[in-house]
Design a protein around this ligand. Structure first.
Ligand code: ATP
Ligand code: MG
Length: 476
């Protein structure tokens, strides 16, 4: 048996071991923490299994840790959580589980360490370290977890069909671990996932999105998403994305497979950002291509307006997936709506006014928009790649120059509606809006500078054009 004492040198394990000895209760670290130690991935979530009452055990550990360490008790589950420094330590009595057909929630009884290891999903998640004085630090691996790590393989402990049917969330966990760790899913298991895909419907949306987001945050998210697609799970949990897949040919003209394109964009963007919402923007940027697809005999395939329709689809998709409906959703919506803007600049000559408009609409998110746009360039044509890359540099440089000069990212009108009403002694009316628009357009077109004085002068002349008379005060 290999000894892992060095990893368990942290005083916290010593203290848990002491408690185990005092209570004369065999105690172990199990599951994810053990897996991650063996994979040399730092982890702060520690699961402790004790052969006895988990909550009582946790209380005693907390006492030893000091006055201000609290225990959160989940009496229904017989578990307790201690937060200590960066650590989250969960305590539970060893248990045995059996499943009913229509629920993910098992029937639970007390059990041995082996029972507890047997109820876990994958071999890599079933290993334990002993915290007992006789063999402190030894690895207990009855299901061949170490071998699976060596083979880089996700393998269920029991028959895969039964494992996934008992708790279908495990299908997404399998794909998530394969993506995070760059492992493959053992082939029987993969087939069982395809067979049981429709059982994902009994899993709560919250658990599903948790796993999906973890997949999206991996180094190469296309791997996991391809597996979700291939096994049929993606079609159930996120059909709008699957609708992107496929190629249609009319008169010998084909459009690209937008599912593959989207995955490519997602992988590209993942090299430049770990931000979940920017990655979601990549996933959704072309989401309205299927409903806007048209074939024109002169121009071929078009997807006119897919950016606007896409932005409109975002709230409903977020709602169905139980993603947050707050600023994050608004941000993704904005990215989808504006995703074509920078590329239009990159392809054409870059004028200052086009740059100003981009800064004005993109605001603080303009840099993210550039990251999305750059990821969206998936052409294989080397000449085009070079041309776009050169232009991209130009656009970036110009964005910086124009922003330094005109400060349009956090643009506030230099003349407000209130000021216009006071200057012409008006109640709120159509003219106020017209003058405001003219001022904004003049700034964006570079006809006046973005400051109060020039904007005020323009306001007076525009007002006069509309037949309004400024009050004397305004002319001083
Ligand atoms: P991570 O913390 O990275 O999400 P994890 O494997 O630690 O991964 P947790 O949800 O923290 O996942 O679960 C801790 C342990 O509990 C797992 O390692 C596994 O042994 C067991 N486990 C979790 N979920 C399941 C499940 N659905 N079926 C069986 N065992 C599970
Ligand atoms: Mg964990």
């Amino acid at each position: 048996m290999t000894n892992y004492k060095t990893i368990l040198q942290d005083p916290v394990f010593d203290l848990i071991a002491q408690t185990a000895q005092e209570l004369d209760q065999k105690t172990f670290v199990v599951g994810g923490f053990v897996r991650d130690v063996l994979l040399k991935r730092p982890s702060k979530d520690i699961d402790i299994v004790t052969l006895g009452k988990g909550i009582d055990f946790a209380r005693l550990v907390a006492q030893k840790l000091g006055d201000n360490v609290g225990v959160t008790e989940y009496k229904n589950f017989g578990t307790a959580l201690i937060k200590y420094g960066d650590y989250q330590i969960e305590f539970v009595g060893a248990r045995k589980e059996s499943y009913r057909r229509n629920s993910r929630n098992p029937i639970v009884e007390e059990g041995s360490l082996k029972d507890d290891q047997d109820r876990r999903d994958f071999t890599i998640n079933s290993m334990a370290f002993s915290l007992n004085s006789a063999d402190f630090g030894s690895l207990i691996d009855p299901h061949g977890g170490i071998l699976s790590i060596e083979y880089k393989e996700i393998k269920t402990i029991l028959d895969p069909g039964k494992t996934y049917s008992d708790d279908p969330l495990r299908m997404m966990r399998a794909i998530r671990f394969a993506s995070q760790l760059n492992f493959t899913i053992e082939s029987d298991s993969y087939q069982a996932i395809s067979k049981n895909a429709s059982r994902i419907e009994i899993v709560s949306k919250e658990r599903i999105i948790d796993e999906l987001n973890k997949i999206i945050l991996t180094k190469t998210p296309s791997r996991g998403l391809n597996m979700l697609h291939e096994t049929g799970i993606l079609g159930i949990i996120f059909p709008e994305m699957v609708a992107l897949s496929g190629v249609e040919v009319i008169n010998g003209k084909a459009h690209k497979d937008n599912f593959l394109h989207t995955l490519q964009v997602l992988d590209n963007i993942s090299e430049n950002t770990d931000d979940l919402w920017l990655r979601w923007s990549a996933i959704l940027h072309d989401i309205a291509k299927p409903p806007t697809k048209r074939f024109d005999h002169k121009t071929g395939w078009t997807f006119h307006g897919h950016e606007d329709l896409g932005a409109k689809m975002v709230p409903e998709i977020f709602r169905k997936l139980k993603l947050p409906l707050d600023q994050k959703m608004k941000y993704v919506q904005k990215m989808v709506r504006l995703h074509l803007r920078p590329i239009a600049l990159v392809k054409e000559t870059v004028t200052d006014s086009a740059i100003r408009r981009l800064l004005f609409e993109g605001g603080d998110d303009v840099d993210d928009l550039m990251i999305l746009c750059q990821a969206d360039i998936t052409t294989q044509n080397k000449d085009k790649q070079k041309r776009y890359a050169d232009n991209f540099k130009k656009v970036k440089k110009k964005l910086k120059e124009v922003e330094e000069k005109d400060h349009l990212k956090s643009w506030q009108p230099p003349v407000t509606g209130q000021m216009i009403m006071e200057a012409f002694n008006l109640e709120p009316c159509k003219e106020v809006g017209l003058i405001k628009n003219t001022i904004r357009e003049a700034i964006l077109e570079g006809e006046i500078t973005n400051n109060h004085e020039e904007a005020f002068k323009l306001m007076i002349s525009e007002g006069r054009k509309l037949g309004l008379n400024p009050v004397d005060e305004a002319l001083k």
